[in-house]
Design a protein around this ligand. Structure first.
Ligand code: SAH
Length: 511
């Protein structure tokens, strides 16, 4: 008999400490995205762009944000939570998403220590720090052959003041993090420690995002410039000759259209079925901060035995009808459970409701035999090749609408339905609900999205609806500020969102 010595952490327990980058969601690393995709649980904070959570739609997400100086939850509690989540249920993969880089003033070292102490395997995925990226997006290189050969990153929170700054006297560029509030004191201390009052300086708020704002001046004037411009945390201040280079190297925050028409606005994109990423991308390109809100979630069928019996014997079935990506994916989950694969479908024809579902099938090795010319259940029912007596088996959820059935039966085909999966109302976390409530406009792509949104969060929103039917459904659900897209396209829906935030929505001005 051997005694077990230390507690052994479950084999799956693993923590990734990930640098999320400074704000632009494109500035996370490839390794960081991979770690997010694998995560069971994601802990993220105020500076990590929540848009990054799109890489881990299935994971449990926990907001552990700290805003400014007031701590939301303490560092010890965060470290404990990371360890606890990693050890939960036989071990989980935890992703800890931290703004900028993990180890630049992020207290990432303490979180790594907590993992090491608990015997949990971990990795560190460095990120692009705001200390370099925010100046870069303001057109300021932290080093430059002519102007600066060294730089230091320091925190403006320090109580040390003067003595500390004297030690930095040989460093060309200083980058101050967490220093907006104390900027008066800090610049006075720096001058006191020997830096020339006329040294160029710039402060960059929300660097790398459409909300980026910059104030410029000299060491003597920067605090006042920041106050006058109303800049607040999060911001970095660059002090040194390089700050002058913004005059020639400014590139990101230029032009009247900088940031796009939706800059600084937040749009919630609701989805009742599959991903809405194309719309999200469009809105982001216009500068919006986008929150994707799934209104329903998928669950297993409540009638598995019946479903399996039906799937095992498909004799007599002329068509399998699949009307969502989820259906395509659930079909293959069940075939796998039955020990079957795509070959089982050899004797039956398969129809998809539209190109997206067809693509999901193709990814699983099945080319759809039929896709209607216009996506939609009605078109599928009207155009499906076949005649009286042909059996069409619709594999779908418990809430499938009856259009398809009516169309097919009016043509004499025999419609059968099997419950392949269920949909349930989503239960967003508190942080997501708060972001949703703060949205300037919510997009609705269907009547059911309108009804789900009303049930989940009420009707006190400006909404942009995909078309007149969706708009009617939204009004019936109780929404009063409704803007309708001019055409049933994502571009038009994004235009409608823009009009809605511009305040053009309302009675008599729709359309
Ligand atoms: N680990 C982070 C820094 C965390 S300390 C990093 O590497 O970037 C928090 C401070 O970072 C903020 O007070 C602010 O000074 C700075 N910061 C983070 N994101 C920023 C951004 N997008 N723009 C400007 N400053 C930012």
């Amino acid at each position: 008999m051997t005694d077990s010595v230390a507690p052994v952490s479950p084999p799956r327990a693993f923590v990734s400490l990930i640098g999320a980058g400074p704000g632009d969601p494109g500035l996370i690393t490839v390794r960081g995205v991979e770690a997010l995709r694998r995560a069971d649980v994601v802990l993220f904070d105020y500076l990590a762009n929540p848009d990054l959570l799109r890489h881990c739609p299935e994971a449990e997400t926990i907001y552990v944000g700290k805003k400014g100086f007031s701590e939301y939850i303490s560092q010890e509690q965060i470290s404990d939570l990371i360890v606890r989540k990693a050890l939960e249920d036989g071990g989980k993969r935890v992703a800890r998403l931290k703004g900028g880089d993990v180890f630049v003033f992020g207290r990432g070292g303490e979180e790594a220590e907590a993992c090491a102490l608990a015997g949990i395997a971990f990795e560190v995925v460095p990120g692009v720090t705001s200390a370099i990226a925010a100046p870069a997006y303001a057109g300021i290189p932290v080093t430059h052959r002519e102007a600066a050969r060294s730089f230091a990153v320091l925190t403006g929170n320090t109580k040390e003041g003067g003595a500390h700054y004297e030690r930095l006297s040989g460093v060309d560029t200083l980058v101050l993090l967490m220093g907006v509030r104390n900027l008066d004191q800090i610049s006075a201390d720096l001058i006191q420690a020997g830096r020339a009052p006329e040294t160029p300086a710039a402060t960059v708020q929300w660097g790398t995002t459409p909300q980026q704002r910059v104030a410029t001046g000299t060491l003597a004037t920067i605090a006042r410039a920041v106050r006058e411009a109303g800049l607040e945390a999060p911001a970095v201040t660059v002090v040194g000759e390089v700050a002058r280079l913004r005059g020639t190297l400014r590139w990101f925050d230029v032009g009247p259209g900088f940031g796009g028409p939706l800059a600084g606005r937040s749009v919630a994109v609701t989805r009742t079925r599959d991903g809405a990423s194309a719309l999200t991308d469009l809105l982001r390109a216009r500068g919006a901060s986008v929150l994707e809100v799934p209104l329903i979630r998928f669950a297993g069928t409540g009638h598995e035995a019946e479903l399996h019996a039906r799937l095992c014997d498909l004799s007599g079935v002329a068509w399998l009808l699949l009307t969502s990506n989820q259906a395509a994916s659930a079909l293959f989950t069940h075939l796998e459970r039955l020990g079957l694969d795509a070959r089982h479908l050899a004797g039956v024809r398969v129809a998809a409701v539209g190109p997206s579902t067809a693509r999901s099938l193709a990814e699983r090795g099945v080319r759809a035999d039929f896709v209607p010319s216009t996506p939609g259940a009605v078109h599928l029912g009207a155009e499906l090749p076949g005649g009286p007596g042909d059996v069409a088996l619709h594999l779908t959820s418990q809430v499938a609408e009856d259009d398809l059935e009516h169309e097919l039966e009016s043509r004499g085909l025999r419609y059968e339905r099997a419950e392949l999966y269920r949909t349930e109302p989503a239960r967003p976390g508190e942080h997501e609900m708060n972001r949703l409530r703060a949205a300037d406009v919510v997009t609705l792509a269907s009547g059911s999205a309108a009804r789900h949104l009303a049930a989940l969060a009420g009707t006190d929103f400006a909404v942009a609806a995909m078309g007149p039917q969706t708009a009617d459904a939204a009004r019936r659900a109780g929404f009063t500020r409704v803007t309708v897209a001019a055409a049933p396209t994502l571009e038009a829906l994004a235009d409608a969102a823009e009009r809605a935030v511009a305040g053009e929505a309302g009675v008599g001005r729709e359309g």
